[in-house]
Ligand binder design. Structure first.
Ligand code: PEP
Length: 254
């Protein structure tokens, strides 16, 4: 019997929200997601709202994650937040290497690997984000780019640790643009990612590979029907309870 990977839907709020919005979203989602245990769900509020979200979630069916972390454990790193702090306020996972971190804040594969290590060292599950730009796709480099990003993680962490990661394939040209990869395009890259992992000796069947890039209620079913798409990392559509819920429910029925 093959490995059954439970679908996972994660909301990345990016730099959006307030105390009031956190309460609205978290309470609304927890109320509606209770008992829907055929899939897993998570949210990544901005740092200042993590502790508030943790206390609102309580025993609810939402995992709490952060959008970023420092590679350093503690000390004189003004403005940074460590893996231990995230754990302390109730996070169970953290996004690492989101394309906005890579493109706007200069995160290289080397930095990404250091952050993955820091997260794993504190027992936080990293969601490693990979993906190519439009120019890279149009010049036929998409697989090379994604393969290099993945290879850096395998090389830096070792094969054993890779099975503790979730991978999110997020083509940069689809993030926040309203352009989604077609289910077939996304499936092709997900299969490629799973193959790369398998070829490196990772137990690839046990690794969840999420798709991210303008996922919404209208396109979620088509994406989730693909055999190597194990859920979604959702930006814009995670900022309203009703829109995010529709994606969660698509994951449950897929
Ligand atoms: C993201 O930020 O990870 C993302 C996928 O954003 P959006 O859904 O808005 O494209």
């Amino acid at each position: 019997m093959g490995t059954v990977r439970k679908k996972l839907v994660i909301g990345n709020w990016k730099m959006n929200g307030s105390l009031e919005k956190t309460k609205l979203l978290v309470e609304g989602l927890c109320a509606e997601l209770q008992g829907l245990d055929l899939a897993g769900f998570g949210v990544c509020p901005p740092f200042p709202y993590l502790a508030q979200a943790a206390s609102l979630i309580g025993e609810g069916a939402l995992a709490l994650g952060a959008q970023n972390l420092s590679a350093e454990p503690q000390g004189a790193y003004t403005g940074e937040v460590s893996a231990a702090m995230l754990k302390d306020v109730g996070c169970s996972f953290v996004l690492v290497g989101h394309s906005e971190r890579r493109s706007l804040y200069g995160e290289t594969d080397e930095i990404v690997v250091a952050k993955l290590k820091a997260a794993l060292g504190q027992g936080l599950q990293p969601v490693l984000c990979v993906g190519e730009t439009l120019a890279e796709r149009e010049s036929g480099q998409a697989e090379l780019v994604v393969g290099t990003q993945l290879g850096a993680a395998v090389h830096g962490l070792g094969v054993e640790s890779m099975s503790r990661l979730v991978v999110a394939y997020e083509p940069v040209w689809a993030i926040g643009t309203g352009k989604t990869a077609t289910p077939e395009e996304a499936q092709a890259m997900h299969a490629y990612i799973r193959n790369c992992l398998q070829n490196c000796g990772v137990d690839a069947a046990s690794v969840s590979i999420l798709y991210g890039g303008s996922v919404n209620a209208a396109n979620a079913d088509g994406l989730f029907a693909q055999k190597d798409i194990d859920g979604a990392l959702v930006g814009g559509a995670s900022l309203e309870v009703s829109g995010f819920l529709m994606i969660c429910k698509a994951a449950v029925r897929s």
